[in-house]
Ligand binder design. Structure first.
Ligand code: NAP
Length: 315
C-alpha cells in the first residue's frame, strides 16, 4: 500500500480544533518543531499548501525547501512577516484572514482608548488597594465624548474604529498614503498635522519597513501633553524610545498599546507608568473571532486544493 502524498504542511499550531481539522481533512504534516528551513523533512517536498500565521510568517529559505508549493494560507491579517516578494517570484499565491476580525480589533482599540482616558486600570487598582476607603475621591480624568479622533490607517479596521466613534459624537480625521473620499472624516496628508489636530490618535496601518517608526518624537509632540496614543496595529510603527521619553516627560498625556516592538518583551521603563495601559496582542483574541479566522484559513486551503484559487488573497 502506498502512502498518500503530503499536500498540506502546517508551520505552527493554531488551536487544537484547527490542527485536528487540518489533519482530518488533508492529512496535514505539522512542522511545529522545525525552526529552520533545513529541518523541513523530505515528505514535505510534495506539499502544495503551507499554513502559517501572521506571527510566525514565512521566509524565502522555507519556501525554497518546498519545491511543489503553490499557496500559503496565513491566519491573521498582518503580512509584515510574510515574504510576499519571494512568494510572488515563485508564483506562489498568499492569503490572509481580513474582515472577520475588524470588529474585535476595533472593540479593543476603544477599550484601550476609554481605559487610558478614564484611567480605568488605575481606578480599579485604587478601589482594590483600599485607597478609595482610606483617601477618598479619585483624580479626574479626560472626557472622550465630543473630542477629535485621529486614525492612522483608515482601512478595514480603521473604518470599524471610526464607525464606533459616531456613538461618542466625535469628529474624525485620518492619514493614509492617499485620501479615500468614501471614508468618513477629514483627510490629512501629513501625519504630524493629524496628530496636532486630534485628541486621540489610533494607529491601524500595517507594520513593516514602510511604516517603521512613523509615529516618532515629532508626531508625539504634536499630539501633545493632553493627547492619547493607541496602537492596535504593530509595535514597529511607534518609536518606543521616543514614546517612553514623551510619557516620562509629560510631552504625551497617555498611551494604550496592544502591540510592542519587541513583544512579548516589554521595555523595563514601561513598568511603573500608570498612564500607559498594555494588553498582550489580543486584538482578535475572542473565541468567536478566532474561530472565524480558523474557518477562513480552512476555506482558503479548500478553495486552493479544489479550484486553484484563494478566497482572500493578500492585496
Ligand atoms: P487594511 O485594510 O489594509 O488597512 C490599512 C490602511 O493603512 C490602509 O487604508 C492603507 O491606506 C493605510 N496605510 C498603508 N500604508 C500606510 C502608510 N505607509 N502610511 C499611512 N497609511 C498607510 O488593513 P486592516 O485589515 O485594517 O489591518 C491593519 C493592521 O492591523 C494589520 O496590517 C495588522 O498589522 C494590524 N492588526 C492587529 C491585530 C491585533 O491583534 N492587534 C489584529 C489584526 C490586525 P493607503 O494604502 O491609502 O495608504
Amino acid at each position: 500500500m502506498t502512502m498518500a502524498q503530503c499536500e498540506v504542511v502546517q508551520l505552527v499550531s493554531i488551536s487544537p480544533r484547527f490542527d485536528t481539522e487540518l489533519v482530518r481533512r488533508y492529512g496535514a504534516l505539522p512542522l511545529f518543531d522545525k525552526h529552520s528551513a533545513t529541518d523541513v523533512p523530505p515528505e514535505a517536498g510534495t506539499a502544495r499548501v503551507l499554513v502559517t500565521t501572521a506571527r510566525a510568517g514565512f521566509d524565502r529559505g522555507l519556501i525554497d525547501r518546498l519545491p511543489a508549493l503553490q499557496a500559503v494560507c496565513s491566519w491573521g491579517v498582518g503580512y509584515d512577516t510574510l515574504d510576499i516578494d519571494a512568494a510572488a517570484e515563485r508564483g506562489i499565491a498568499v492569503s490572509n484572514t481580513p474582515d472577520v476580525l475588524d470588529d474585535c480589533v476595533a472593540d479593543l482599540a476603544w477599550a484601550l482608548l476609554l481605559a487610558v482616558a478614564r484611567k480605568v486600570a488605575q481606578a480599579d487598582h485604587y478601589v482594590k488597594a483600599g485607597r478609595w476607603r482610606d483617601m477618598g475621591g479619585f483624580p479626574q480624568a479626560m472626557r472622550v465624548s465630543g473630542k477629535r479622533l485621529g486614525i492612522l490607517g483608515m482601512g478595514r479596521i480603521g473604518r470599524a474604529i471610526a464607525k464606533r466613534a459616531a456613538g461618542f459624537s466625535m469628529d474624525i480625521g485620518y492619514h493614509n498614503r492617499r485620501a479615500h473620499p468614501e471614508a468618513a472624516g477629514r483627510y490629512f496628508d501629513k501625519l504630524t498635522d493629524l496628530a496636532d489636530w486630534c485628541d486621540f490618535l489610533v494607529v491601524a496601518c500595517p507594520g513593516g519597513p514602510q511604516t517603521r517608526h512613523l509615529v516618532d518624537a515629532q508626531v508625539l509632540r504634536a499630539l501633545g501633553s493632553e493627547g492619547i496614543l493607541i496602537n492596535i496595529a504593530r509595535g514597529s510603527i511607534i518609536d518606543e524610545q521616543a514614546l517612553e521619553a514623551a510619557l516620562r516627560d509629560g510631552v504625551l498625556g497617555g498611551a494604550g498599546l496592544d502591540v510592542l516592538e519587541s513583544e512579548p518583551v516589554m521595555p523595563a521603563s514601561f513598568r511603573g507608568m500608570d498612564h500607559l495601559v498594555l494588553t498582550p496582542h489580543i486584538g482578535s483574541a475572542t473565541r468567536d473571532t478566532r474561530g472565524d479566522m480558523e474557518d477562513l484559513v480552512l476555506a482558503n486551503v479548500e478553495a486552493w486544493l479544489a479550484k486553484g484559487c484563494l478566497l482572500t488573497p493578500v492585496r
